[in-house]
Design a protein around this ligand. Structure first.
Ligand code: ADP
Ligand code: ASP
Ligand code: MG
Length: 418
């Protein structure tokens, strides 16, 4: 007997028919005699719909009330899955975020999970009842509902897996594993048998939305075994226990598995960034901190930053990126600080995309960045900003060139499947 946490994403939960297929996969796992907890997303498109309602009501909405609205999508699917499992003769019940409870901090719309009270849940699972848990939601110390940021159900699943000490956390989605790049963009993308926590963390953080970044960080910290696999399977498909998907593993496990390592593991694209340029900022000590300190205070993450070469008269342009979802708030903050910063114009641009190549091989090989720049230059794709880390190189380009850039780079690094 094993204890398994299964997570199903939005496409897998989109409608009664699909929920029935999910219930069959869950039932099959439970019939092996395993203790099962299921974490579910809202139906595909539902969270976007709810976010839009908030924006329409007020673009500068109160994040605490936003959480009340957007957490509702998962409440619906968790109840529906419990009903469907019961109809198939399984014992099942839902556990809303506040019923466990899943404790979080109070950073609304991007809350972090602290602890999960899992005693009752474990007792119920031990009694053979399948636990159905809405992903994405938690509770602050003063009993307000929180959500964990877009894609947060992955993190809910890993957190539950850590809390109940699960043998494995299976993330079921609409692709059958982690690929060298988004298989919807590049049809010759290759499926990876295994990928290290470190690489998956970097891939997720630069936009491979197959797993939420925090879920990978948490899995790494807590040693949770995570598999990514498809929910679009028939009853004859191999069971999850044979690891048909992609396993997230330690460096050591990857070495032992003797999987051939490429210089580049994967390529990711992120269209959810926005670029802000402040023109004619005074070129003197402290000017930059007047820009970034108030953004940090407002909990807005700044990613790429370029301070251009100073113009005449001791002025410079400063360009940086923020999540598109935070653009309205960032603009508001910067406009309020206009005098303190002393800039001339604020130019927002949402038509940008960040393309990143990731691989631990980079640590020991030179030339990865120059291959990238050359391949993009050959296709006349202009680079607007660059950032790097030990195992990643990212560039900012025009959003319209995203697909082309990813394809070109996939070929340039020799990743195309035969
Ligand atoms: P879910 O609703 O199940 O959480 P997501 O849409 O969040 O699913 O994530 C799955 C999607 O991630 C896939 O449909 C695919 O388009 C995308 N994706 C991006 N990069 C990758 C990658 N490297 N490997 C696999 N899928 C990827
Ligand atoms: N429903 C939420 C979202 O769309 C959380 C998730 O599906 O992971 O972001
Ligand atoms: Mg997701």
């Amino acid at each position: 007997m094993a204890r398994i946490v299964m997570k199903f994403g939005g496409t897998s939960m989109a409608g009664t028919e699909r929920i029935r297929r999910v219930a069959q996969i869950v039932k099959r796992q439970a019939e092996r005699g395993d203790e099962v907890a299921v974490v579910v997303s809202a139906m595909a498109g539902e969270t976007d719909r709810l976010v839009n309602f908030c924006r329409e009501a007020n673009p500068l909405y109160d994040p605490a009330e936003y959480d009340v609205v957007v957490a509702s999508g998962e409440q619906v699917t968790s109840g529906l899955l419990a009903i469907t499992l019961q109809a198939m003769g399984c014992k099942a019940r839902s556990w809303l975020g506040w019923q466990l409870p899943i404790h979080t901090d109070n950073a609304h719309a991007k809350a972090r999970i602290g602890t999960i009270d899992s005693e009752e849940l474990l007792a119920s699972m031990a009694g053979g009842t399948i636990a159905v848990i809405p992903g994405f939601q938690g509770l602050t110390d003063d009993n307000r509902i929180t959500t964990l940021g877009r894609g947060g159900s992955d993190t809910s699943a890993v957190a539950v897996a850590a809390a109940v000490k699960a043998d494995r956390c299976d993330i079921y989605t609409d692709v059958d594993g982690v690929y060298t790049t988004d298989p919807r963009i590049v049809s010759r993308a290759r499926k990876l048998k295994a990928v290290t926590y470190e690489e998956m963390l970097e891939l997720a953080s630069v936009g491979s939305k197959v797993l939420q970044t925090r879920s990978v960080g948490l899995a790494m910290k807590e040693g949770v075994r995570v598999q990514v696999l498809s929910s679009f399977i028939d009853e004859n498909a191999p069971s999850a226990d044979t690891i048909p998907g992609t396993m997230i593993v330690t460096d050591e496990e990857l070495e032992n598995a003797q999987v051939e390592r490429q210089l580049i593991t994967g390529i990711a694209a992120d269209k959810n960034e926005a670029k802000i340029t402040l023109t004619r900022v005074p070129d003197r000590p402290g000017a930059v901190s007047h820009i970034f300190a108030p953004l940090a205070e407002s909990n807005i993450n700044v990613d790429m930053i370029i301070q251009n070469v100073g113009r005449d008269k001791g002025e410079t342009d400063v360009t940086f990126t923020v999540p598109q979802a935070d653009l309205a708030r960032a603009t508001d903050v910067l406009q309020n600080q206009r005098e303190a910063i002393g800039y001339n114009r604020l130019i927002p641009d949402t038509k940008v995309a960040k393309i990143s190549v990731v691989g631990v091989g980079m640590k020991s090989h030179a030339g990865v960045a120059s291959t990238m720049f050359t391949a993009l230059a050959e296709r006349k794709i202009n680079i607007q900003a660059i950032s790097t880390s030990e195992i990643k190189v990212s560039v900012l380009i025009d959003e319209d060139e995203t697909e082309l850039a990813v394809r070109v780079l996939h070929t340039a690094y020799g990743l195309d499947a035969d």
